[in-house]
Design a protein around this ligand. Structure first.
Ligand SMILES: NC(=O)C1=CN([C@@H]2O[C@H](COP(=O)(O)OP(=O)(O)OC[C@H]3O[C@@H](n4cnc5c(N)ncnc54)[C@H](OP(=O)(O)O)[C@@H]3O)[C@@H](O)[C@H]2O)C=CC1
Ligand SMILES: O=C(CO)COP(=O)(O)O
Length: 334
């Protein structure tokens, strides 16, 4: 834990943003400016000290956390900025805002998705559109559901950056009594693995919804690990230990947890919901829905055999019936 003081801006009002605000505010030296897009939520948090829309059991300490509806005010004077909005919407709050908005700040992506129009990692977008330097960019990875953070359950995060020093600095502000955050210099590996495990969790949901059991899912997840490995080696070859929790751990928690939105989304598809009906039913965002298309597009350049991700792509975007797509996938598993 840190002892000196620091200021952090969290951008986003969903479950992960709320959980990160809780983690950050655990440290007495941290002041959090919290931007939410909905003015009513801002007023509610100021008055009642909880987010009415997500994780409403989490107490928001007014001595450490100030909610804002103005993004420029929320960013004033802070050293760290955490982006916690689903990738499909992460650009929205910044439309019409100057490219210098992140100057001299450490910018941290908590997003586990790709920008769906550009098929870009969030840190690549930040570097491209806001000229954030490599040393000032990092991403939060690791197996961690917001719902368990809300309950104060012991969790582990991995902060990845091209600069190990920056990753360690960010890890120190995210370490608290129930979260242990470590540092990694594998920014692309950690970000892409976090994106891909969402697609795999959808595959687990689809097969479970179709009636496949734990035996099948164990084979699916084992095969998925080598699918992720081959993809990472194609997009960013370097030595990495995939048994580390930022890779395997995040895959496991998302594939198996009752809290996983991606698994739930896939499960509805497997049980016969249309994609549109599953989206309507879900109150939160399943990043794997967008990621399946972006990873498919990126892989057109690399040609990595990815039968599980392709199965999800075919079901979601090519209207292949789930049972037919999984029947074909079975031949590729071992
Ligand atoms: N939840 C978790 O356990 C974890 C999530 N993540 C990642 O964190 C990211 C955020 O997800 P999460 O918080 O869970 O998502 P949620 O589904 O819980 O919340 C979505 C948030 O996005 C907001 N939003 C929707 N559209 C826009 C928009 N156009 N402009 C600004 N904000 C918008 C919603 O606002 P409103 O409520 O006003 O509609 C809401 O605050 C994702 O990439 C996810 O993969 C990573 C680790 C754990
Ligand atoms: O990334 C997560 C856990 O580490 C959250 O996964 P879901 O979005 O599927 O809930």
């Amino acid at each position: 834990m840190l002892s000196s003081s620091r200021k952090v801006t969290v951008i986003g009002g969903g479950s992960w943003a709320t959980a990160l605000v809780k983690i950050l505010a655990e440290n007495p030296g941290t002041k959090v400016n919290w931007w939410l897009r909905d003015k009513k939520d801002v007023e509610h948090i100021k008055r009642h000290h909880y987010n009415p829309s997500y994780l409403s059991d989490v107490y928001i300490n007014p001595k450490r956390v100030t909610p804002y509806e103005s993004l420029t005010s929320a960013l004033k004077g802070t050293e760290y900025v955490v982006l916690a909005i689903p990738a499909a919407f992460v650009k929205d709050p910044f439309s019409g805002i100057s490219g210098k908005i992140f100057e001299k700040k450490q910018v941290i992506s908590a997003v586990k998705g790709l920008l769906p129009d550009d098929h870009l990692l969030v840190t690549d977008w930040l570097a491209r559109d806001f000229s954030v330097s490599k040393e000032n960019l990092s991403a939060i990875g690791g197996p961690c559901h917001a719902e368990e953070v809300a309950l104060g359950k012991q969790s582990y995060l991995t902060i990845a950056s091209h600069s190990l020093e920056s990753a360690a600095k960010v890890a120190s502000i995210l370490t608290c009594r129930f979260v242990s955050a470590g540092a990694s210099d594998d920014l692309y590996g950690v970000e892409y693995a976090a994106v891909m495990k969402n697609i795999i969790a959808m595959a687990c949901g689809i097969t479970h919804g179709l009636g496949y059991g734990d035996n099948f899912q164990a084979v699916l997840v084992s095969n998925a690990m080598s699918e992720i490995e081959h993809f990472l080696n194609a997009v960013d070859p370097r030595p990495r230990q995939l048994s580390a929790s930022a890779y395997l751990g995040d895959l496991l928690v998302t594939a198996y947890s009752q809290f996983s939105r991606n698994r739930l989304f896939g499960n509805m598809i497997g049980r016969g919901y249309s994609v549109a009906a599953a989206q309507l039913e879900m109150k939160m965002i399943a990043e794997g829905y967008y990621a399946a298309r972006s990873i498919h597009r990126i892989n057109l350049r690399h040609g990595v055999p990815m039968p599980i991700s392709e199965m999800v792509y075919q079901v979601i975007y090519e209207n292949v019936p789930p049972a037919t797509a999984v029947e074909a996938l079975k031949k590729a598993l071992h």
